[in-house]
Write a protein that binds this ligand. Sequence first.
Ligand SMILES: Cc1cc2nc3c(=O)[nH]c(=O)nc-3n(C[C@H](O)[C@H](O)[C@H](O)COP(=O)(O)OP(=O)(O)OC[C@H]3O[C@@H](n4cnc5c(N)ncnc54)[C@H](O)[C@@H]3O)c2cc1C
Length: 269
Amino acid sequence: MLTFEKYVCPTTPQEAYDLVRENRLATVIGGMMWLRLADRVAPLGIDLSRCGLDQIEETEGGFRIGAMVTLGQLENHAGFAAATGGIFTEAVRDIVGTQFRNTATVGGSVFARMGFSDIVTALLVLDTEVELVGAGTMPLLPFVERGAGRDVLTHVFVRKHHYRAAFASVRNAATDFSALNAAAGLWRGSWHVAVGARPKKAVLLTGGDELTPLRKNFSPAELDAVCDLAEDIDYGSDLRGTAEWRRAVAPVLIRRAIESASAKEVAAC
Ligand SMILES: Cc1cc2nc3c(=O)[nH]c(=O)nc-3n(C[C@H](O)[C@H](O)[C@H](O)COP(=O)(O)OP(=O)(O)OC[C@H]3O[C@@H](n4cnc5c(N)ncnc54)[C@H](O)[C@@H]3O)c2cc1C
C-alpha cells in the first residue's frame, strides 16, 4: 500500500510546483491509478485535484486539456473526437474499463511516459504540446524523449488541423497492456507515424522536423518504405512479445493505422 506521511492539496499549479521544489521526495498525485500500485511510504503527496486543471478548453487554435482531465472525459468529448478523427477514443477504449478511465488522468499518463502507453502513441501523431510549471511549453516529442525534471504538468495542448488520424494495437487479451501499438496522423500535408509498446517508449517514425516525411498522397512504394523503416526500430522482449515478433508486426500495424485514417473523413476544425 502507498502511504503518505503528509498530504497536501494546493489550489494553484505554482503552489504545487513550489512544494515539489522544496521537497525532493514529494510525489505529485494525478488520478493515482498507477501510483496506488506502489508499496512504500512517501513523505509528501501533492494532490492536484484543486488546482483547476480538470477542464478541456476549446479555442480557435486547439484544445487545451487540463492535466487532471480524466481519460474518460477526453474520450467522451465530442468536439475533440470530431477534430482528431476519434484517435483518442480508439487508443483508450481498451484501457481497463469505464470506471478506471473516469479516474486515470491525461496528465498522469503523459507525464509518466510509460513504455506501454497507448495515450502517448496517439498524442504523438497529433500536433501536441505540453505545458509545465518549470520547464515551460514544449512539443510532446522532446518531452517524451527526454522527460522533465521535478516539474508539474498543467496542460496538454492539441493544435487544430484538418486531421485524418487512427490508432491500432495488438493485445494478447482484452484490457491487457498493448503488446505493440501504432498511430498515424495526417496534417499539414504529411503523415506522422508513431510506434509504441515496443515495449519501450513510443517513437515517431515519420513527420518530425528531422524525419523523412510521408507525403499525403503517397505511392504504394513510399508506404512500403515507411513500413520497412519500422523494422529498424529498437524493439525489446517482454512477457507480451519478443523483439522479433514486434519487428514483424509493426509494419502491419502501421499500414493498418494509415489505411484506417485514410478511410476517414477529414476532421472538421
Ligand atoms: C491496471 C492498469 C492498467 C493500465 N492499462 C493501460 C493501457 O492498457 N494503456 C495505457 O495507455 N495505459 C494504461 N494504464 C496507465 C493509465 O492509463 C494511466 O496512464 C496511469 O494510471 C497514470 O495516470 P494517473 O492519473 O493514474 O497518474 P498517477 O498514478 O496519479 O501518476 C502517475 C505518475 O505521474 C506523476 N504525475 C501525475 N500527474 C502529474 C502532473 N500533472 N504533473 C507531474 N507529475 C504528475 C505522478 O507523480 C506519478 O509519478 C494502466 C494503468 C493501470 C494501473
